[in-house]
Ligand binder design. Sequence first.
Ligand code: C2E
Ligand code: CA
Ligand code: CA
Ligand code: CA
Length: 276
Amino acid sequence: AKKAGRARSIIFNATLKTAAINTKRLADEILAGLENDEFFAFYQPQITARSHQLAGVEALVRWNHPEHGILSPAAFITTAETIGAIARIDSAVLKHASRQHQIWRENNVNVPRIAVNLSAQRLSDETLIKAIQEHKFEPGVLSFEFVESISFDEPDAKIDEIAEQIRAMGIDIEIDDFGTGYASITSLLSLSPKRLKVDRQLVQPVTTDPRQRRLVGSIVEIGRSLGIEIIAEGVETIEQVEILERLGCDIFQGYLFSKPMPGDQLAQFAQEKPWL
Ligand code: C2E
Ligand code: CA
Ligand code: CA
Ligand code: CA
């Protein structure tokens, strides 16, 4: 038994070593990718309830990896955060979003709003404001999505101050993935968000589970009472749209309309009304 245990631990150690090498390699590739401008964005449309207009798009980072092709954030975001490269990736996305919006405008494609994901830690990062100012957006076009995190709960003068500066620049704040992770309902007060995005884990079961339906209905009511718009994420079926409209959601986003796509395809999508 002892021998088998030893053999197992050798295998285990070998696996760990491989993982460590891969993380180091991934970290180096991320840094090289930043130098080579390999990070860019796909865009997923958001559709208004009832009138079914294009409300805007969410910019989602992609990595055009020299060997592996286009990679999704799941493949690199955690490592990028660990090595402190996430701010540079977010800046790359801002740059691409700003350029893309300019291109859409030049082609008479009306995209009213672009939402960009920022990691919540950046709300206590004083370099954020400077990073924003490097990229041009028309007033009212840009919004930032922040995932709820513990930091929102703690009274933090710096976060409040940076959030206020963001709003003063005409950028909307949105709470992402509402209802999962750290439930910080107080962020609805402290951050004064313009919108909240109900996570797809809450959205998708509304067709089958009455309790889930009531839960989403209650979130919509809380939002309403505070003047916050509600975006439903991960909408995949027309049945979900019907129920979510009845519950009072304002905006839909999900595969029912489109997966995230390159900017030129989004331009095409924008001309292809109606979407419902
Ligand atoms: P998220 O912000 O919640 O983004 C939504 C994710 O759900 C996207 O995955 C999108 O492709 C996927 N999705 C959209 N509609 C549907 C649907 O109807 N069904 C299903 N099953 N999935 C749907 P993606 O692009 O892989 O992004 C994953 C996460 O990576 C994002 O979750 C966000 O937390 C993070 N992320 C993406 N872009 C950035 C970025 O530029 N900066 C930072 N810091 N994080 C980012
Ligand atoms: Ca998001
Ligand atoms: Ca989300
Ligand atoms: Ca998510």
